[in-house]
Design a protein around this ligand. Structure first.
Ligand SMILES: C[S@@+](CC[C@H](N)C(=O)[O-])C[C@H]1O[C@@H](n2cnc3c(N)ncnc32)[C@H](O)[C@@H]1O
Length: 266
């Protein structure tokens, strides 16, 4: 189970500082969406607002970006980005009732869908707030191609005999398959879904750097279901495995993400 009550000021500030990876793949998603000046955009799960502020600059003064995120500390940092056309508020993908039907040209969820236990409700909400023909963009971890770190953790878990559920040890708990996402998008009222998986290669200075990144990205959930003794054993074994992946640039790990774009149907 993902908890929304493990976040802290330190985790939120760390995320704002270390989230270049999400920001950079988010820019690819925004490119796929072909956003133009003057458009009205909703960033669902906006976090600390780096991508929302970037999109606010793209849509310019005649456009507007709204962001929602359930974590108040992150919403606060998003509003500190100080763009007159970007405002973030506390809210969840499951309930976008603070927005009227048809009030956006574009809705996007960057690295957010894999945190949602149920997908149809949030996608129906995204459809409701989009104008007919509006665009939805999603980047999400792929169930058919888990991140390399999650495969490493699964190996560590089974070799140590750790009984905690593998899913909740990782950093992208509720992954979807491309096929499931396609059918859920159609069911939620979207048309012409286009999906592709993109692979990203990350480098980390050391194991602490890996853990700090995934802890901040998961708002405190990464490895949180282990008791302290188990966590220490897992971290030691993880460090040994990660060192085996060291390249000249650092510990090398690949991530794979589904990128999906679809149109709001009639
Ligand atoms: C990895 S961060 C991505 C943040 C931002 N989209 C970015 O690109 O940097 C995941 C975000 O999903 C948010 N989140 C988790 N559960 C959510 C929900 N039910 N509805 C909306 N956002 C949610 C978290 O609060 C967190 O800010």
């Amino acid at each position: 189970m993902v908890s929304l009550s493990l976040d802290s000021a330190v985790l939120a500030e760390t995320y704002d500082r270390v989230s270049d990876r999400q920001f950079n793949h988010g820019k690819l998603l925004i490119e796929d969406l072909q956003i133009s000046p003057g458009e009205r955009v909703l960033d669902v799960g906006c976090g600390t607002g780096r991508l929302g502020a970037y999109v606010a600059d793209l849509v310019g003064p005649s456009g507007a970006v709204a962001g929602v995120d359930p974590l108040p500390l992150r919403v606060e940092l998003a509003n500190e980005k100080r763009r007159p056309n970007f405002r973030a508020s506390v809210g969840q993908a499951e309930d976008l009732s603070q927005f009227a039907a048809g009030s956006f040209d574009v809705v996007f969820l960057n690295s957010v869908l894999h945190w949602l236990p149920e997908k149809l409700g949030p996608l129906r909400e995204a459809r409701r707030v989009l104008e007919r023909g509006g665009r939805l963009g999603i980047s999400s971890a792929a169930r058919e191609r888990p991140h390399e770190l999650e495969q490493v953790i699964e190996g560590v878990r089974s070799s140590l005999g750790v009984t905690a559920a593998a899913e909740t040890l990782g950093s992208t708990t509720y992954k979807v398959t491309s096929d499931d996402l396609t059918s859920t998008l159609l069911l939620a009222g979207f048309e012409d879904p286009r999906l592709q998986i993109r692979t990203f290669t990350d480098h980390f200075a050391d194991t602490d750097d890996v853990i700090a990144f995934y802890l901040a990205s998961s708002f405190g959930n990464f490895l949180s279901n282990l008791d302290p003794a188990e966590a220490a054993r897992v971290k030691a074994a993880l460090a040994a495995e990660l060192e085996r992946r060291r390249a000249p640039e650092g510990i090398r790990l690949q991530r794979h993400l589904i990128f999906a774009v679809a149109r709001a149907g009639g």
